[in-house]
Design a protein around this ligand. Structure first.
Ligand SMILES: O=C(O)CCC(=O)C(=O)O
Ligand SMILES: [Fe+2]
Length: 282
């Protein structure tokens, strides 16, 4: 029996009692809606091949190869492998792999003109301690913005790049670095739910369009402070076989990055965009 249970007051839902390999469209519809309503969805207890994980990911949209080419699966470019290749030939820890996603709260793909709609992880190996993923609601962040800030930023875009102001681009091949920024509204209306959120990523934003540098920096600082609302958070503790998908249009996330480096923590990841025919460009 499929069970759908909410995990936090503003974000997070867990689905159990389902086999994603044999889910039909009628079975998928309430799952998709639960995801839209709660932003982050955990499906427990799955045994998926790469093909089955890709097929399930495609129910949410078009799976798009991630720009970090060096961490793509060697046979399946649409799959990124997280947590493999942590140690360099000289035995030292490759921090860019070990701490991937752990440098701060972020949303995936803001550097693209069409950012990822969703990111989905499938858990293959889990360490004994640590290694959680944290999530937070962009709707809760919007609700927490003072009216002054809402008025200042309504209709205003931010400029985003892969490495942001720190230019951290270690996982990109040289030819993929230093692309021009992508512009996105800071207060978008979700194209499926109609709800407003704060679209923000302190590690990728360069500037607020149309603001002088000093004001732009102040706005970025203010948004960085308020983006994470404690009652808008959900923290996921991984089990092998968990499938977790989050909505990059209205959620933030980060890896805790605190697990013993000599233990495995491995995921397959898909990055998902809207199907081109249903895409709303902004
Ligand atoms: O490994 C994690 O917990 C999340 C990493 C991350 O930020 C991502 O996959 O987008
Ligand atoms: Fe991420």
């Amino acid at each position: 029996m499929v069970q759908i249970r909410r995990m936090g007051p503003q974000i997070g839902v867990e689905v159990s009692g389902v086999d994603l390999r044999s889910l039909d469209d009628a079975g998928f519809a309430p799952i998709y809606h639960a995801w839209l309503d709660h932003g982050v969805m955990v499906v427990t207890g799955q045994e998926l091949s790469i093909e089955a994980f890709l097929a399930y990911s495609r129910r949410f949209g078009a799976v798009s190869p991630h720009p970090s080419k060096s961490t793509r699966h060697p046979d399946q470019p649409e799959i990124t492998v997280l947590g493999v290749g942590k140690f360099q030939p000289d035995g030292t820890l490759n921090q860019a792999i070990y701490r991937r996603g752990a440098e701060g709260w972020h949303t995936d793909g803001a550097y693209d003109v069409v950012p990822f709609k969703a990111t989905q992880l499938y858990s293959l190996a889990v360490p004994d301690t640590g290694g959680d993923t944290l999530f937070a609601s962009g709707h809760a962040a919007y609700d927490a913005m003072p009216d002054r800030l809402k008025h200042r930023l309504e209709g205003v875009a931010g400029a985003f790049t892969y490495g942001g102001r720190r230019q951290s681009q270690a996982l990109l091949n040289p030819e993929d670095r230093d692309r021009p920024p992508a512009m996105h509204p800071i207060i978008p209306r979700h194209v499926e739910t109609g709800r407003k959120s704060l679209y923000f990523d302190p590690g990728k934003i360069l500037f607020i369009h149309g603001a002088e540098k000093a004001e732009s920096d102040d706005l970025i600082d203010e948004l960085t402070t308020l983006m994470i609302q404690p009652d808008g958070e959900y923290r996921h503790k991984w089990r092998v076989g968990d499938v977790v998908i989050w909505d990059n249009r209205c959620c933030y996330h980060k890896a805790a990055g605190d697990y013993p480096p000599d233990q495995d923590r491995i995921h397959w990841r898909t990055s998902i965009k809207d199907w081109p025919e249903s895409r709303v460009e902004h």
